[in-house]
Design a protein around this ligand. Structure first.
Ligand code: NAD
Length: 254
């Protein structure tokens, strides 16, 4: 049985999608869970389920720093940080991407993870334990055409994972990455539609081609991703660090 009994867990962008599934999986496993998000209505719904919530944008250290101060005041430490927030960015040829589109994707997908790590690590070092799970993507292992900012930042998330696993290992802080594939949900559908449109091909045909490129020929559920994150945050994974795990049905190519 994978348990997270007594663990103090913070999930970014935890009000919907994979973040929400992850927050609920940890809570189900006995953890105390706090999330941040920018969607106030979705946050209110999570608060009703007994999850701690903060309205904060991960791309702003000014907004994130008080969240960590609150967590420290409330719990005295943090056992698991899940850097889940990530935006898909533009679907464009590289030469058409604007400065603002590039900067916005970097700000959420890379800066956001850094701001959280910077505040979580001192707490974890003090208690001599911790687990950080960074949500990358198959696009962080296989280049995703028409999505240069997204794919580049998702590779960076794996880079952050690898370097921190080495730097923090002697403090008993584990750092791993999870790479979701094509997810059965609104965002997965939107990404498929946008990619098909950008390539000028039929959406169903593009989805069929994607499924053909997945060895197990299936879409992934958010709960499957959440189960991997829960495992990596649990003590069953106490000797697992510096690894990147695809939850993707073995995604072969875009
Ligand atoms: P999503 O698009 O469903 O969004 C989840 C939440 O993120 C929303 O509640 C939104 O309000 C919040 N959010 C957006 N920007 C934010 C910000 N700046 N600060 C705080 N919260 C913010 O996301 P998802 O599809 O569940 O994806 C979660 C993670 O998984 C992302 O890092 C994403 O790149 C990755 N991923 C998703 C898929 C997929 O197909 N869904 C595939 C691979 C990787």
């Amino acid at each position: 049985q994978v348990t997270a009994e007594g663990k103090r867990v913070f999930v970014t962008a935890g009000a919907s999608g994979i973040g929400r599934a992850t927050a609920l999986a940890f809570r189900e496993a006995g953890a105390r869970v706090h999330i941040c998000d920018v969607d106030t209505r979705a946050l209110a719904a999570m608060a009703e389920l007994g999850i701690g919530v903060s309205r904060a944008d991960v791309s702003s250290s000014r907004e994130m720093d008080p969240v960590f101060s609150d967590i420290e005041a409330k719990w005295g430490g943090l056992d698991v940080l899940v850097n889940n927030a990530g935006i898909a960015g533009p679907t464009k040829l590289v030469e058409d991407i604007t400065d603002a589109e590039w900067d916005a994707t970097v700000a959420v997908n890379i800066n956001g993870a850094f701001y959280c790590v910077r505040r979580a690590v001192p707490m974890m070092k003090r208690q001599k334990s911790g687990a950080i799970i960074n949500i990358s993507s198959t696009a962080g292992r296989i280049g995703m055409p028409m999505r240069t900012p997204y794919s580049t930042t998702k590779y960076a998330v794996r880079g952050l994972t690898d370097v921190l696993a080495i730097e923090l290992g002697s403090h008993n802080i584990r750092v791993n990455a999870v790479l979701p594939g094509l997810i059965d949900g609104p965002r997965g559908k939107r990404v498929v539609d946008e990619q098909a449109d950008a390539k000028g091909i039929d959406r169903q045909a593009y989805l069929a081609a994607m499924l053909h490129n997945i060895s197990l020929h299936a879409l992934i559920s958010m709960e499957e991703v959440a189960a991997m994150v829960l495992y990596l945050g649990s003590d069953w994974a106490k000797h697992i660090s510096g690894q990147s795990f695809g939850v993707c049905g073995n995604f072969e190519s875009y």
